[in-house]
Design a protein around this ligand. Structure first.
Ligand code: T4K
Length: 375
């Protein structure tokens, strides 16, 4: 493999020169953080792009989830229902606040929350549903909204993977009471580290802006229990530059996905994730399920030995991560789909840093491994 190693999360950088010019301006201005001009410009650009009233920039999605959960739900031991198949940060944000995560199973096709399983897990202690638009596929928002309304629950979404995704005419960003994006270096839109909360609720947005900054409502006046979840100016500058290129990144992601689709179509032991036809996505993650008769972990080791740094997202499942559980190899029978996916899913390198030839070469390695196992 000539260009290896190949990474799952190579950062997308639209225009380094434009970024460096902004960096110079930030240094000259001596205004580095605390709601500076670039953060405000980035928030305006995000809100406009996502079709929402408010985008509140944050230092990362984990912190953003925490201040949102704390503001809407509190931190008093009540229960939050979330998927068992997600990145650990979703559950850690809940656990960090002293809320109790209740893990629900996911749909075998979308890998997003199964509303029927959510319904079964609602109790008198349930305070909120936290959906995750995994792999950039929007959740079954209508069913989850109906459940939240019927049981008087808060409904928020972890949209860390879903910048640029949409269900019908509504872009991710406008669902539930609020949504949280990640702009981590590995995401389709990156600000080094970063994230944002989007909402159409004016009062919630105003409160979150204060809480993000220690709860200050004036120079010497603290109104709420706050935190420090501010995005620095340099990150906002990166975001502004990358926003210009994000549609191109998505287009390149889509091309890589199509190439994988063609190259892997006749390998039944590697079932490429199919994005539902009624949604729009950013194609940031390309993944497949490895037939359980073949060791997913051996395939990963083989690919790594060839410089292809495929990832076992998300293994172990969050229900097996301390303090939520133990990783003792015993599957939870009430979470059959999540347990299966945690054992079989493999995320492949993709995105603008790879060429279509790289994708074909990676696919050929998968074929070689699978055929050797068949023999
Ligand atoms: N909710 C969900 C559903 C999430 O997936 C995440 C984060 C969050 C919430 C929380 O968002 P943040 O608080 O992070 O904003 C990575 C990311 O760190 C994490 O943001 C992401 N999800 C998760 C799925 O993946 P790791 O530990 O796997 O990253 P790492 O360092 O192994 O990097 C992945 C690949 O990318 C490697 O091959 C190296 C390459 N890479 C990475 C970085 C940072 C580069 O080439 N350049 C880089 O600068 O967690």
């Amino acid at each position: 493999m000539t260009n290896s190693p190949f990474h799952v999360g190579r950062p997308n950088i639209h225009d380094p020169e434009a970024f460096l010019q902004l960096a110079r301006k930030i240094l000259d201005s001596r205004w580095l953080t605390n709601n500076g001009q670039y953060v405000r410009d980035f928030e305006t650009a995000l809100a406009s792009r996502l079709g929402v009233r408010h985008a509140i920039a944050a230092c990362n999605a984990t912190n953003a989830l925490q201040i949102l959960l704390r503001t809407l739900v509190g931190g008093d031991g009540r229960e939050v229902i979330l998927p068992a198949f997600t990145f650990v940060a979703t559950a850690q944000a809940v656990g960090w606040l002293g809320l109790r995560p209740v893990f629900a199973d996911v749909d075998p096709h979308t890998h997003c929350l199964d509303p029927e399983d959510v319904r079964r897990r609602i109790t008198s202690k349930t305070a909120a549903i936290l959906g995750v638009h995994l792999w950039g596929t929007p959740c079954d928002v209508d069913s989850l909204s109906a459940l939240a309304r019927a049981h008087d629950l808060r409904l928020i979404f972890d949209a860390a993977h879903a910048f640029g995704s949409a269900r019908g005419a509504t872009q991710v960003g406008g669902f539930g009471e609020a949504e949280v994006f990640s702009f981590h270096a590995t995401k389709v839109l990156n600000t080094f580290e970063g994230g944002c909360i989007t909402t159409n609720d004016d009062a919630l947005a105003e409160k979150l802006r204060l809480i993000r900054n220690f709860g200050f409502s004036g120079l010497d006046r603290v109104e709420y229990l706050g935190s420090n979840a501010k995005m620095p100016e340099i990150c906002a500058a990166m975001g502004l530059v990358n926003l210009v290129g994000v549609d191109r990144f998505i287009e390149l992601n889509r091309e890589r996905y199509s190439t994988y689709h063609e190259a892997l179509a006749d390998i039944p032991e590697f079932k490429l994730y199919d994005f539902p036809s009624d949604i729009t996505t950013n194609y940031q993650y390309v993944l497949g399920e490895v037939d359980p008769r073949i060791s997913r972990d051996d395939l990963v080791a083989f690919l790594h030995s060839k410089g292809v740094l495929a990832r076992k997202y998300f293994t172990p499942g969050v229900n097996h991560v301390p303090p939520f559980g133990v990783d003792d190899g015993v599957a939870d029978p009430t979470l059959p789909v999540s347990e299966h996916l945690a054992r079989t899913v493999l995320v492949l390198p993709s995105g603008p840093s790879l060429s279509d030839d790289d994708v074909r070469a990676i696919s050929a390695l998968i074929r070689t491994f699978v055929e050797a196992q068949r023999a």
